[in-house]
Design a protein around this ligand. Structure first.
Ligand code: ATP
Ligand code: MG
Length: 262
């Protein structure tokens, strides 16, 4: 039997159980939430738990339906068909994870429609055929609502096919646990970094576009572990990635310094 190590995931609420319910009912799942808050880790954790392979597609605006479904290629023996990641997942009963789905053009995203209603069929127009999804196939999409504009948002006819889980930054004690686990930093330093992140997140409505993610806290903790003083680590690991404006940067550094001197 295939044994995989289970990627570490610290649950915020009942998302693990809900994902399993959706999987059993063959319902597709959408994950929405800000950058670096655990969406991708969650999918890998769930895939390992359910013992399914996962095919991830990072969506972008040049992504075509053929990139998902497949295309004819020319080889030494003539032309042959190569499945795209979506088709492979459909045939093999894997999880297909379309990351940042709102970055893809709408005419690309409609290819998932027939897969996400009760037909669970994937039309392969270029092969003049269609395939029925294997029993264990599951479609998972993710997006960051903050990056969307009206044009880029998902069509209601797409959104309304998914069980939708909303992600956010973890509460403080969970976030400390995550930072300690991922960076092997001591708990006290992790707590200071999490305090700083909380203070910065409270500011986000005023002067920074994006709040600091758990990912940035882990990067910062790794630098501290390498011996960089915590203030310098915060500057390059936590603050510079948030803004290019020197005045804002200084304000953020002041807010952070108060927390990490505690
Ligand atoms: N709940 C969590 N449990 C375990 N690790 C977490 C959790 N949340 C965040 N992390 C850590 O933060 C990192 C970033 O998380 P992840 O890559 O899953 O974010 P994301 O939501 O997919 O971000 P993006 O939208 O930018 O793709 C992970 O590699 C992991 O180390
Ligand atoms: Mg991700």
């Amino acid at each position: 039997m295939l044994t995989r190590s289970l990627p570490y995931y610290c649950a915020a609420a009942d998302e693990v159980e809900i994902f399993e319910m959706a999987w059993r009912e063959k319902m597709p799942v959408a994950l929405k939430g800000p950058t670096g808050c655990g969406k991708t880790r969650f999918v890998h954790h769930m895939a390992a738990q359910l013992q399914r392979p996962v095919y991830t597609v990072a969506c972008h605006d040049d992504l075509t339906a053929a990139d998902l479904i497949g295309r004819h290629l020319i080889g030494a023996e003539g032309t042959y068909w190569q499945d795209g990641p979506l088709t492979r997942a459909v045939r093999e009963g894997a999880i297909c994870y379309l990351d940042e789905i709102t970055e893809a053009r709408r005419d690309t995203t409609v290819v998932i429609h027939t897969l996400t209603d009760d037909r669970r069929m994937l039309p392969l127009d270029r092969l003049n055929s269609q395939i029925e999804a294997a029993e264990d196939f599951m479609l998972v999409i993710s997006y960051n609502p903050g990056y969307q504009n009206l044009l880029k948002g998902l069509k209601p006819s797409t959104r309304q096919r998914f069980v939708t889980l909303s992600f956010d930054y973890p509460e403080a004690d969970h976030e400390v646990e995550i930072v300690v686990h991922e960076s092997s930093i001591d708990k006290q330093t992790a707590s200071l970094l999490v305090e700083a992140a909380k203070a910065l997140r409270r500011l986000q409505d005023y002067d920074i576009e994006q709040a600091p993610s758990t990912r940035l806290l882990i990067n910062t903790a790794n630098l501290v572990k390498q011996g960089l003083p915590i203030s310098a680590a915060c500057r390059v690991g936590l603050l510079e990635p948030l803004t290019d404006d020197p005045a804002i940067l200084n304000t953020l550094q002041e807010v952070t310094d108060v927390c990490i001197r505690a």
